[in-house]
Design a protein around this ligand. Sequence first.
Ligand code: PMP
Length: 317
Amino acid sequence: MSATHPAYLWWNGEQVAWEDATVHVTAIGWSSVSAIFEGIKAYWNDEREELYVFRLDAHLERFLRSQKLMRMEREYSVAQLSDAIVALLRANECRYDTYIFPLAFASGAGFRALSQSGGAKTSITITTRPSPSHLLKGEVKTACVSSWTRISDNVMPPRVKNISNYRNSQLASAEAAYNGYDTPILLNTQGKVAEGPGSCLMVVRDGQLITPGVTDSILESITRSSLLELARDLGLEAVERTIDRTELYIADEVFMCGTSAEITPIGMVDHYTIGDGGEGPITTRLERAFHDAVRGKDERYARWVTPVGAAKAVPAD
Ligand code: PMP
């Protein structure tokens, strides 16, 4: 890896040197209206000297669902993309926590590529970059309920990772930042809690873990479903149901979750202090369990992680 980027990325079936991966200025699909993506995280395990990709198949299955919903051609299977990612992580000798970014966009010039109609060809790139984890670092953030409404299924489906969806996220994040909060929480068109700009949301009330359902205008988040499973394995009651805005204000604990957000405790929402304003005890239990699962330290969740193997430097002959 150079100071700024890894040596290679993957592009339509081949590893390409980073500097050689360019698109023409007329390739309008690249301008992202016609793009879908995934965000995947790999965690370095120091003791085992191994990099583990968290829930690789689940992410790639969602990648293919995003392509299907946006009527993009699906030239590569989950197995092919999975092999490409593992090979890329090896080629880039990723011995650190890494974010993996597969992107599919309509290739070619003009409005055909932009509108995705008439069978525009799809191009796929996969890039990697260092992404240090903030799990167990004790960071607590502030949030506000956004004045922007979360996009809805009949407008721009939030259940998939359509790049255009993030314009909605961006408006809410900018507003929150201007008003001095770390993150917004978006309500859906029904006025119920949906999610954060790039994360799902969970609350704890009277020992019960609660998160909005997949029909409440949220991304079908892989962290969310993993945490529901971990919570139940810890003996906690975990439910998916609609959450009212005011439940945020009286919750015992609130946290955001996602591939990048990991587990981000929220200590204040709209100036209502949540619990004692720090990280709550159930959040901490889940965070520890999640940390051990993603780093390949808990054998019970070995099925969730893909060891990259030869991320270790290959010895010279
Ligand atoms: N909602 C949105 C809008 C997101 O961008 C993300 C991050 N991918 C999430 C939720 C969390 O999803 P996941 O756990 O699959 O990363």
